[in-house]
Design a binder for this molecule. Sequence first.
Ligand SMILES: *[C@@H]1O[C@H](CO)[C@@H](O)[C@H](O)[C@H]1NC(C)=O
Ligand SMILES: *[C@@H]1O[C@H](CO)[C@@H](O)[C@H](O)[C@H]1NC(C)=O
Length: 234
Amino acid sequence: MFQKVLLFQILISAAICSRGLRNTVSTTFIKQTTTGTITSEIPVSTRNDKVELTVYYETLCPASVDFFVTQLKPTVKRLTEHLDVHLIPYGHAKTFRSRGRYFFDCQHGRRECFANMVHACAIDVLRNNTHSIFFNSCLMQYISYQSNYDYFVSVVSWCGYTEKVHIAEIWKCVKGLRGNILLKKYGDATHELSPSYVPYLMINGSTQHQDEASSDLLGTVCRILNPKPKACRS
Ligand SMILES: *[C@@H]1O[C@H](CO)[C@@H](O)[C@H](O)[C@H]1NC(C)=O
Ligand SMILES: *[C@@H]1O[C@H](CO)[C@@H](O)[C@H](O)[C@H]1NC(C)=O
């Protein structure tokens, strides 16, 4: 029964969050120059004990939520010192410019644009990948596209409390120009790649491990790491 429900959810999520048919994209190396000041520059790792993962996603997409909660967070928890994760919260959104400001149109509506911006601001304010993954993962776990604004605000407070995040700074970013600029930059990075579905995963700048990583991130990262750290052996 559980498996049936899960399968159903996966089918629904695929239907909601893909932009056209899922096809194999064979991009190998992507320049991240447009992300400039937002994500630190992403050179191909030169060390053997670190895997670089870039996650393109949108906050209200059930498949993205599922990836954060069941794959990303547990993997980061175990292998934090072997991962260099970059979050790109934008997905299938559109950016418009009007009177010196950017406006966004998101796949799951205005709530999603708002939640994407909260994620972007959390990444910016915390400046600690592990911490922002835990906080953003908490947000994703408790909100859905049915959540109203007041509920969303209370979830931000709750996650701030459980993950020890100073949310006042995040609200300041969301309400000010900073959040607007951050989301625009993530939009540029996403449009450059134009993923046909989310979550879209790049490992060391390649999509080669996309499929295995979306359903077994820990196993995938462990297969790539050499030598295998202790956390991969237990
Ligand atoms: C990622 O980079 C590390 C370090 O150079 C390397 O050991 C690993 O094999 C690379 N993984 C992939 C998938 O290219
Ligand atoms: C980053 O955040 C994690 C999780 O909250 C924490 O354990 C770690 O000490 C932080 N790293 C730095 C450099 O502050």
